[in-house]
Design a protein around this ligand. Structure first.
Ligand code: NAD
Ligand code: TYD
Length: 350
């Protein structure tokens, strides 16, 4: 029986990773550590919460004592670290929170792992989940490879880049066995409706404006979240210690094209006349320091570990829309209370 710590397991990607590991590896004990910020929600894990190989621990990774206590309580064989503040717009409003969770929190986990494994690093692994945003912003051409120099340009990406550097430093300085992956934009079920796709699905559903930043000519590379989870599984089990793997689906979309596709899917699902949802598009003030284009070269992962995405974007997007329309209660719950305050502040409404 292996014991595995997954941090941030109540969040969007983390919940998919927890679900995959709990179901696929009944002989692993999965400890989900999460402090349950606005983005963490135990409802995301209803279907696995009663499984005998699943445990939840409510802990703040910024609290070093509490983190050390968890490592003392369980004898972890490995860590998959996803807990983070993850939204660029919030990082512009409050950078310090991102430094605390993403940098200090990561270093607390590294220290705890180093201490608890100090007698023998063999067969241990600290897997740090990161983003392609650490590489900065691309022009019209080119892709991010694992060799691309770091050039983070938002407080969010700067905090993630810093945490990546600390993880590599612990490998180089102390020999801690680590692996890092940098993934492109994810979409799918359980994503908090502050990020582009779930926000726009929710607004279309409620006939609210669709706030497109700038001219909508920014490009992102989208990956279905369940494919990210399978990539994490492959890298955790087959990745080489000390290595970095880029994860992506070679699936670039200009925001405005993606939004128009989403509008047509929603018109169809909601039995509205084609073109109805597009009328909600409203061009608003651009995001400060908005990165122009992200695009991932994931050939290393395919060539060395044999991972490939399973879904085409159109199919994944339709599945995602279906999920949000069928999970009205989830959406209503997460958009009540504090959500409205954030929304009004971010989009300068009253
Ligand atoms: P999310 O915001 O949905 O979830 C983050 C989770 O971390 C939440 O459950 C939250 O409660 C928890 N958390 C936050 N602060 C914490 C703290 N101090 N202590 C303990 N738990 C805390 O994020 P996500 O989109 O699922 O992203 C997960 C990871 O993947 C992050 O590290 C992010 O940088 C990375 N990533 C995200 C994307 C994406 O498109 N969303 C792409 C690539 C990489
Ligand atoms: P987002 O989902 O926040 O992911 P990231 O900034 O990490 O890539 O945004 C995706 C793209 O959509 C990005 O170019 C910003 C843009 N965007 C809007 O145009 N309007 C919005 O309300 C949001 C949240 C994002």
């Amino acid at each position: 029986m292996k014991t595995l710590l997954i941090t941030g397991g109540a969040g969007f990607i983390g919940s998919h990773v927890v679900r995959l590991f709990v179901n696929k590896y009944p002989d692993y004990k999965i400890v989900n550590l999460d402090v349950l910020t606005y983005a963490g929600n135990l409802e995301n894990l209803r279907d696995v919460e009663d499984k005998p190989n699943y445990v939840f621990e409510k802990v703040d990774i910024v609290d070093a004592k509490a983190v050390n206590a968890i490592f003392a309580k369980y004898n972890f064989d490995g860590v998959i670290h996803l807990a983070a503040e993850s939204h660029v717009d919030r990082s512009i409003l409050n950078p310090l929170e991102f430094i605390m969770t993403n940098v200090v929190g990561t270093v607390n986990l590294l220290n705890a792992a180093k201490e608890s494994w100090s007698s023998n690093f063999e067969n241990k692994l600290f897997y740090h989940v990161s983003t392609d945003e650490v590489y900065g912003s691309l022009g019209e051409t080119g892709l991010f490879t694992e060799e691309t120099s770091y050039d983070p340009r938002s407080p969010y990406s700067a905090s993630k880049a810093s945490s990546d550097h600390f993880v590599r430093a612990y490998n180089n300085t102390y020999g801690l066995p680590i692996v890092i992956s940098n993934c492109s934009n994810n979409y799918g079920s359980f994503q908090f409706p502050e990020k582009l796709i779930p926000l726009f699905i929710n607004n279309i559903k409620n006939n609210k404006d669709l706030p497109v930043y700038g001219k909508g000519d920014y490009t992102r590379d989208w990956l279905f979240v369940e494919d990210h989870a399978t990539a994490i599984d492959v890298i955790y089990h087959k990745g080489k210690i000390g290595e970095t793997y880029n994860i992506g689906g070679f699936n670039e979309w200009q925001n405005i094209d993606l939004i128009k596709l989403l509008c047509s899917i929603m018109d169809n699902k909601l039995n509205r006349e084609l073109g109805t949802s597009e009328k909600l598009i409203t061009y608003v003030k651009d995001r400060a320091g908005h990165d122009k284009r992200y695009a991932i070269d994931a050939t290393k992962l395919e060539n060395e570990l044999g991972w490939k995405p399973s879904l085409q974007f159109e199919e994944g997007l339709e599945k995602t829309v279906d999920w949000y329309l069928n999970n009205d209660e989830w959406l209503t719950n997460v958009t009540s209370g504090e959500y409205q305050k954030y929304y009004n502040k971010q989009y300068e409404l009253n």
